[in-house]
Write a protein of this length. Sequence first.
Length: 266
Amino acid sequence: MPSAIHLVPLDTTTKHHDHDHHQIVIGVDGHAEFEIEGLGGSIAPLSGCIVPASHVHYYEGVGDNRHLILNLPPTSFPLAGAQQELSRLFDAPLFFSLDEALTRYLDFLVQELARLQEGAPQPLMHQDMLASTFLSCLNVRMQPSRQHSSGLKRIDLDALDRYIQRHLSQRLNVAHLARQACLSEAHFNDCFRRQTGITPYQYLLTRRLRAARHLLLSTRLPLSEIADQTGFSSQSALSHAFRRSFGHPPSALRRPTPPTILTSDG
């Protein structure tokens, strides 16, 4: 499946779904609200978000709006072969802003899409090439030159766990963890992946879900309060993440066990 670029308005009622391709959403006109597996943020013109494949996300356009949507299957040209390194952009959900140079490229993309909609001929892989250029430029800005593995710092996971536990209700993100480790976010991501085999976002989400599971089993707190105490932006965000991780909704842990019926031999 090739990549695809669309310029569309987002529905002004809240929708949610997930899909098996990566996605980048960029504001052109108007605003939108996004929540991606518990990470919430706003998109204004010249800002956007990264939605990794299989991540449940809620979204809602605000008033009149237009957003540029890049749909990127993991095996599409912009993420395959020699460009496979660009797939690291989708390690975790992320909100970002465009600098002046990327703003000019966004203007070009919008004009190019308008030209194609007017019936201009579209060469084979044209949208793939447009998406590939954008991803490469975004990657340069978000993933500064990486240090060789010999220079990667070993992260104190015990200290990081204590920090997460103390601040879990504060909507922690990867940038907070990187600052705690005294590393740039890009270097922290590299160190963490090499040391643990997973991304910092996956690690943080696991800690949130374990804490939520403990509170479900050991307290009678309402689910909305548990979501707040474990850093999820809403009760629904916790429920979706919980179901994806454990295969059942949080409420399943609180359903009473049916009583055992004893029978006599007469």
